[in-house]
Write a protein that binds this ligand. Structure first.
Ligand SMILES: *[C@@H]1O[C@H](CO)[C@@H](O)[C@H](O)[C@H]1NC(C)=O
Ligand SMILES: *[C@@H]1O[C@H](CO)[C@@H](O)[C@H](O)[C@H]1NC(C)=O
Ligand SMILES: *[C@@H]1O[C@H](CO)[C@@H](O)[C@H](O)[C@H]1NC(C)=O
Ligand SMILES: *[C@@H]1O[C@H](CO)[C@@H](O)[C@H](O)[C@H]1NC(C)=O
Length: 453
């Protein structure tokens, strides 16, 4: 009797071991069906042995409990890696900015879960990886694809925010503009939750992905939110190659123009026309004498056949007005500032002229060249800068940059006229040459299709 019991026990153990993997699967399946309320309770009771189901539930409970939350901002690390510091980001597919994808083989099929109550301290927010069928207790499953952006920059500044946006655009384009656009965006700055994106950026994101931007606010925190799918970029465009940057710029330009109803068949305008635009600022870094500056460039423009000057204040243009204006610009004249980010919407090979108040050249370092760099990756020509050479000393502030950086900008009529004449003539010639090389049909075809790879 005793022997029989032993051998029976033995075989039960063996059977249980063999059955465990399928049972686990069955339990997972059951768990889903129950969540979806497809199976009635009667059906559930009849479906498997109560003890086995109990064992599986026990395993699922252990898996749930095994999800370990770690600080979203790991203060032992540098800014490039402190966000989700236990995982290495990869530049995949090749040439993309370094990213993390969940679920993926690298995450062992686990989803990214965030418990993010803090908008002030990234070290108080936490992440964990968990299997979809064993999410941590209290976690909500957020359906769809989430774009998770960590940046040391500011999502409310259009130039800063564009640097955070470009990798997502490229990733979206690279994935063939998947039928499933991002369902939500989770924004972080040093691991702190951010709930705002500049409307300009949100509109650009919507134009490029086809879905209005929904920003995750983590209102249920500290209860975790787990993303069904997530793509994380945590260092802006770091790792992205030049070709991918250029493609992303082409794609955004094309999508933004389509979104704003810019007639692609007229892209480039008349080959004989040269369209000069003054994109003016108000307040900080505006021209002191807008009328005089406009007049200098108008005068030079008049000497070039087909040339016309348009002037507008960036602050009172809608996103689409900016897209339309810059789509019709061959030469952009603008003071250093976020509004220059609109150069993205000009045709490739268009020209940019930039202006700074006193102090920048002396003290601002490499950061002042962001629009040269942007012109380069977006396929434009930066035609140089003018730095205001003189100004009254600041009695209470010996730091020339601090004192001058946001002041209004003067002008030098002689310099502006010579510079304008040079740039306009070259732009005019380049445009005529390119019109001769590329047929209007070809250009139209290119402009009409926003290619997804
Ligand atoms: C990340 O990469 C570094 C250097 O290549 C390596 O030493 C480390 O083990 C990797 N970490 C993970 C979690 O894969
Ligand atoms: C745009 O803004 C400028 C400066 O703030 C102002 O002078 C101008 O009248 C505005 N234009 C329109 C159309 O509102
Ligand atoms: C831009 O200019 C370069 C060099 O002048 C030329 O090779 C290229 O075809 C131009 N691109 C476009 C889109 O016009
Ligand atoms: C204005 O520009 C001209 C031409 O570059 C230069 O010779 C002249 O010194 C400048 N004037 C001032 C006041 O900086």
């Amino acid at each position: 009797m005793a022997r029989i019991t032993t051998s029976t026990n033995h075989s039960i153990i063996k059977t249980t071991l063999c059955l465990l993997p399928p049972l686990l699967l069955a339990a997972v399946y059951l768990h889903f069906q129950t969540q979806l309320s497809i199976f009635s309770p009667a059906c559930r009771r009849a479906s498997s042995q109560p003890t086995a189901a109990g064992a599986v539930n026990d395993y699922v409970d252990r898996l749930r409990a095994s999800a370990t939350f770690l600080p979203l901002k790991d203060t032992r690390q540098g800014a490039e890696t402190w966000f989700i510091s236990t995982l290495n980001a990869t530049s995949e597919p090749e040439g993309e900015a370094r990213n993390l994808v969940f679920p993926s083989p690298a995450s062992a099929g686990r989803l990214l879960c965030l418990s993010a109550p803090s908008r002030r301290d990234g070290a108080r927010n936490a992440y964990a990886l968990a299997w979809r069928d064993a999410l941590p207790r209290g976690a909500a499953l957020l359906r769809g694809l989430a774009f998770v952006s960590e940046t040391a920059y500011d999502h409310t500044n259009i130039w800063h925010g564009l640097m955070a946006l470009v990798p997502f655009v490229s990733w979206h384009e690279r994935s063939g503009c998947r039928a499933w656009p991002p369902a939500r965006w989770a924004l972080f700055h040093h691991g702190e939750v951010r709930t705002e994106m500049s409307p300009w950026l949100a509109t650009l994101a919507e134009a490029t992905t086809g879905a209005a931007v929904t920003i995750e606010t983590f209102d249920d925190a500290p209860n975790p939110a787990c993303f069904e799918e997530a793509v994380v970029f945590r260092a802006n465009v770091a790792g992205m190659n030049k070709e991918r940057m250029l493609r992303a710029a082409d794609f955004m330009r094309c999508k933004a123009r389509a979104y704003c109803g810019v007639d692609a068949s007229r892209a480039g305008g008349e080959p004989s026309a040269l369209r000069v635009t003054l994109l003016l600022r108000t307040g900080a870094r505006a021209f002191k004498d807008e009328a005089a500056v406009t007049c200098v460039f108008e005068k030079e423009c008049k000497r070039v056949p087909g040339c016309a000057v348009a002037a507008a204040h960036a602050n009172n243009l809608t996103f689409c007005e900016q897209v339309r204006l810059l789509s019709a610009t061959d030469v952009l004249i603008s003071a250093h500032g976020a509004q220059m980010t609109n150069l993205l919407f000009m045709d490739r090979n268009s020209s940019v002229m930039e202006f700074y108040p006193l102090g920048w050249k002396q003290r601002a370092g490499g950061g002042q060249y962001v629009f040269r760099w942007m012109a380069d990756w977006a396929g434009m020509r930066h035609e140089g800068s003018w730095w205001e050479p003189v100004g009254e000393p600041c009695p209470n502030n010996p730091d020339i940059l601090d004192c001058w950086k946001s002041r209004q900008i003067g002008h030098n009529e002689t310099y502006f006229a010579e510079w304008g004449a040079r740039v306009f003539a070259a732009a005019k010639e380049r445009k005529a040459r390119s019109a001769a090389e590329v047929s209007a049909d070809e250009r139209r075809r290119k402009a009409e299709t926003c290619n997804c790879s």
